[in-house]
Design a protein around this ligand. Structure first.
Ligand code: GTP
Ligand code: MG
Length: 805
């Protein structure tokens, strides 16, 4: 959804993505929006029933606007926010308000109502399973209060006078106190700003304090779960490898677009300021040794109020009991260097000043580490090896589309039907999903592995999974649909050969998505140079497999995709239902869909033409993930090889750090290999490099033919929005820098590339122009590389680098 703000470039609010403020500064709604808002408001009122009596139209509409007219989510949010706690006897009933997704899903399989899911307003109710085997898990009838207030309603100390009430936010899985789906960082910013405004109106208004407290707590939570953009790489959770799916470890950083991040320091301070003095002690030698040098030492804090008891005693004052390696460290270090193959090399960062017995041993350990044998290269001719290996076709696809349109569920279904995921794992997921009232998400949980993703019912980071057919080996990159996680989606897209666009065919959902991330994801995929696209017209069960609805979506999408420069013959439409599996691996047998005789999703995946692999060119690998502390190596990276080949023992150059490393070992799809080629997404275990030198978005290349770092370059730009000289954010994969369109040199013919107009003043959507892009920070970009140009959180153009300016 795009709403231009009527403000100057120097206005702070230019970078403010706070919906609360946008609402006031937005341009008038279009006629379409108005009509949709009117219809959705009526539906929301109906769904709210008596719970909506105290909720104004404006509040309903604010929620609908945020959720792209998703009535289910808006109602769920409004109920949580405004509805009074339900009386005890009105607690969750199984037959109450079932979401339309769940109704359809269940009707298709069991013909029984399924409550809950994130759209349900009855979040704690238990459901029948959506799978046939579900009956093997009969669940006892459980009554759980619908709100925390309910839970404590009958305790004596609950009777506190209103003026003495405090507010404790509970990070319960279903509702975090803000609009669902927004990043907590933005929620905190929104709360701060809202509070400031309320302060101005009524300084003594108690609710403003509550908001500030909520904002504070929200911030604290962010630190705890690693969501905060300030979270360091070392703080992030380590790699999860359940089933076969993989989430990256330097993870989620649900990066808000950079401009939002920039705005934060200027945000007004809330009235309630909670200061947290820097009381973090520096890491002990033991911890530093274990964690490696990736994290700079923290300054030791002076804690006056609560000194460690023994620090009072004189004899301890000038000694540092934990300085130097502990006896355990020394033994472990020695073991690790005896070549057991499983130990990690331990090399204390600096020598402790005082020479003790243990230090001497540590010194000798250091020497051992230095003498570690270098990785030997087999000097293979990798292209010959590739030909000899008779390797199957390798395809990587990214699953994109608007939030909740069913991407993860579709992938879960694909893997389940192909028996990549066994029945037991699915049963386990189903049981867990039912336990938190999200039974309809069980299949999505095959891909969504983190607790945040599961409790909120949204994908946050790219999930990777693999499967193989007789002809091909596939890598799935399941992208998040929510607009807050676009940088993660860009990262996934930069590794893919083609996109599978998932569209929810149900009434209003398709239309809402087209204005939101359905549109943006298509533009990003095209910006990355992808030419073929599969459009999975999903949830056709909710549209009763209507040919008319399918044709309508096909017509609108074809018009949109061709405008975004996808050739019509390279677009494949498939009507399917991820939840129930029709046309995913097996053809639909429902007579209502007799009209469709085309391919299943799997057939289309096997047929689609892949881009030519640039095997002969110098190595180029875009780093999508960085893993630290793996048993095999202190630093591992993964990412797609865009060009060239590599093998064990190769020395590579990491940019922009300009540091070399040696490849110690390689894995492709979790199996160890000696070499990898363009088109594959290997994990490289590296040595001879300090982990600080590699980050997500970096480029790894051949040291003899490095990519140059550039600060300004000429690019062909396909405009998706009006483009003029203006500040922009330039993404090369996930590596990005603020910058600007410096000059519009010429407009070009879209097909021939000939100049049609010199020095245009503006480039319109759909036009191609030659522009000069200026960057604030140097980025490794070379001729032929693709860049995504974004402005204020919107993708405005796709660039193809021509030369250094
Ligand atoms: P994000 O990753 O957060 O963007 O969402 P997503 O696109 O991965 O959607 P997800 O797979 O999480 O599914 C969202 C909801 O749609 C869940 O409740 C699913 O059960 C439901 N759903 C998915 N596919 C179908 C389908 O084919 N039919 C019906 N009726 N519901 C579906
Ligand atoms: Mg998902």
């Amino acid at each position: 959804m795009q709403r231009a703000k009527n403000i100057g470039y120097d206005d702070d609010d230019l970078y403010d993505d706070d919906d609360y403020y946008e609402e006031e500064e937005a341009e008038p709604m279009s006629a379409d929006d108005k009509e949709q808002m009117r219809i959705s408001t009526i539906s929301a009122r109906e769904a709210l029933g008596s719970a909506g009596s105290d909720i104004s139209d404006a509040q309903i509409q604010e929620a609908l606007w945020h959720y792209y007219y998703d009535v289910g989510k808006s109602v769920s949010y409004l109920k949580n926010k405004f509805a009074a706690p339900a009386p005890k006897e009105a607690q969750p009933k199984k037959e109450k308000a079932t979401s339309r997704f769940d109704q359809a899903a269940t009707a298709a399989v069991e013909k029984a109502p399924v409550p809950a899911g994130k759209h349900s307003d009855d979040q704690y109710s238990y459901s029948h399973s959506i799978y046939p085997a579900a009956s093997s898990f009969p669940l006892p009838p459980v009554t759980i209060p619908s709100t925390p207030q309910d839970f404590f309603a009958d305790v004596p100390w609950g009777n506190v006078p209103a003026d003495r009430l405090g507010v404790i936010t509970i990070d319960e899985p279903h509702f975090k106190g803000g609009l669902l789906g927004g990043s907590s960082k933005l929620a905190a910013l929104a709360a701060k700003r809202r509070k400031e405004r309320e302060d101005a109106q009524a300084a003594s208004n108690a609710s403003s304090h509550t908001d500030a407290a909520v904002a504070m707590l929200d911030k604290l939570t962010m630190k705890g779960n690693g969501d905060s953009p300030s979270t360091t790489e070392a703080d992030r959770p380590s790699r999860i490898a359940k089933y076969t799916a993989r989430k990256r470890s330097p993870s989620p950083k649900p990066e808000a677009p950079a401009e939002e991040v920039e705005a934060e320091p200027e945000a007004p301070k809330p009235a309630i300021e909670v200061e947290f003095p820097a009381q973090r002690a520096s890491a002990s030698m033991f911890a530093s040794t274990l964690c490696g040098p990736s994290r700079p030492p923290q300054p030791a804090a002076v804690i006056e109020e609560f000194p460690v008891p023994y620090s009072y005693y004189k004899e301890y004052q000038n000694t540092k009991p934990f300085d130097g390696p502990s006896p355990d460290d020394i033994v472990r270090a020695a073991q690790a260097n005896k070549g057991t193959g499983t130990g990690r090399r331990i090399t204390p960062k600096k020598k402790p000043a005082a020479a003790k017995n243990g230090d001497k041993l540590a010194e000798s350990v250091e020497k051992l580490a230095v003498d570690e044998p270098k990785v030997k290269s087999k000097n293979l001719n990798v292209i010959d090896e590739l030909q000899k290996s008779g390797m199957k076709r390798m395809a990587n696809f990214v699953v994109v589309g608007h939030v909740d349109h069913g991407k993860s569920t579709l992938m879960g279904r694909l893997l389940y039907d192909l028996k990549v995921i066994d029945q037991r794992s699915i049963d386990k997921l189903r049981k867990e999903a039912e336990t938190i009232g999200k039974s309809s998400f069980a299949l999505a949980w095959v891909m969504d592995e983190t607790s945040e993703e599961r409790s909120r019912g949204v994908t946050v980071d790219i999930a990777t999974n693999y499967f193989e057919t007789d002809k091909s080996r596939f890598t799935i990159l399941d992208a998040p649909g929510h607009k807050d996680f676009i940088p993660n989606m860009i990262s996934g897209s930069s590794q893919a050969d083609f996109p599978v666009l998932v569209i929810d065919s149900s009434t209003n959902s398709f239309e809402a998505g087209l204005k939101g991330q359905t549109k943006e994801h298509i533009l990003i995929a095209r910006s990355m140079g992808m030419q073929h696209i599969i459009v999975a017209v999903n949830k056709m069960d909710t549209a009763s497999w209507s040919k008319t609805r399918f044709d309508e979506i096909k017509k609108k999408m074809t018009a949109f995709l061709t405008e975004a420069s996808f050739a019509e013959k390279r677009i494949t439409f498939i009507p399917l239902a991820g939840l129930t599996g029709e046309n995913v691996v097996t053809k639909i047998s429902n007579p209502a869909a007799d009209w469709y005789t085309g391919e299943t999703l799997l057939e289309a995946l096997e047929r689609i033409e892949l881009p030519a692999r640039q095997l002969e060119k110098p190595l180029r690998l875009s780093v999508a993930d960085v893993f630290r502390g793996d048993m095999r190596s202190p630093l591992s990276i993964s990412g797609r090889i865009d060009a060239g080949t590599l093998q064990v023992g190769d020395v590579i150059l990491a940019l922009p750090a300009n540091q070399t490393a040696t490849i110690k070992s390689i894995e492709v799809q979790d199996a160890p290999v000696d070499w990898a080629v363009a088109g594959q997404i290997p994990t490289l275990h590296l040595t001879d490099i300090d982990p600080v030198h590699l980050r997500q978005g970096d480029i790894v290349c051949a040291p003899k033919a490095p990519v140059k770092l550039v600060r300004a370059f000429t690019s062909k730009l396909l405009a998706f929005e009006h483009v003029l000289p203006m500040p922009v954010e330039v993404f090369r994969s996930t590596l990005n820098s603020p910058g600007g369109i410096r000059t519009l040199s010429a407009k070009l013919n879209k097909f021939t590339g000939e100049i049609t107009k010199k020095k245009p003043r503006i480039v319109k959507p759909g036009e191609v122009a030659r522009v000069v892009i200026q960057l604030e920070q140097e980025l490794p970009i070379e001729e032929g590389m693709r860049v995504v140009v974004r402005e204020r959180g919107r993708t405005v153009g796709a660039g193809l680098m021509e030369n250094v300016a």
